[in-house]
Design a binder for this molecule. Structure first.
Ligand SMILES: [Zn+2]
Ligand SMILES: [Zn+2]
Length: 103
């Protein structure tokens, strides 16, 4: 799996850093549902937050859900998607992310 591209796509997922707990900011538990993370945790990419950077991670199931939701929300605000969703790289990347983590 190409980790760098993957993390870039994961960065598109919405995240309310302000509302995260200490454990969520450290990537110990899932940022979306707060469950303890295992070796299959997905790195959401480093995110700047004021003076610090946080390293959020999430469980695969949440990443799949968030990717699908983000793709849907994106389609409403993207000109490219209105014309031709098949040609939009953002949606394609989000769909791939969704597929990868759907079991
Ligand atoms: Zn989760
Ligand atoms: Zn688009």
């Amino acid at each position: 799996m190409p980790t760098s591209t993957h993390t870039e796509t994961a960065r598109l997922l919405p995240l309310d850093i302000e509302g995260l707990s200490e454990q969520q900011r450290r990537g110990v538990v899932c940022v979306y549902d707060g469950i303890a993370l295992g070796p299959d945790a997905v790195n959401l990419g480093q995110r700047p937050h004021g003076q610090i950077h946080v390293f959020p991670r999430a469980c695969p199931r949440c990443v799949a859900d968030q990717a699908a939701e983000t793709a849907g929300a994106h389609a409403a605000i993207c000109e490219q998607c209105v014309d031709n969703p098949v040609g939009c790289e953002t949606v394609a990347a989000l769909r791939r992310l969704h597929m990868e983590h759907t079991r």
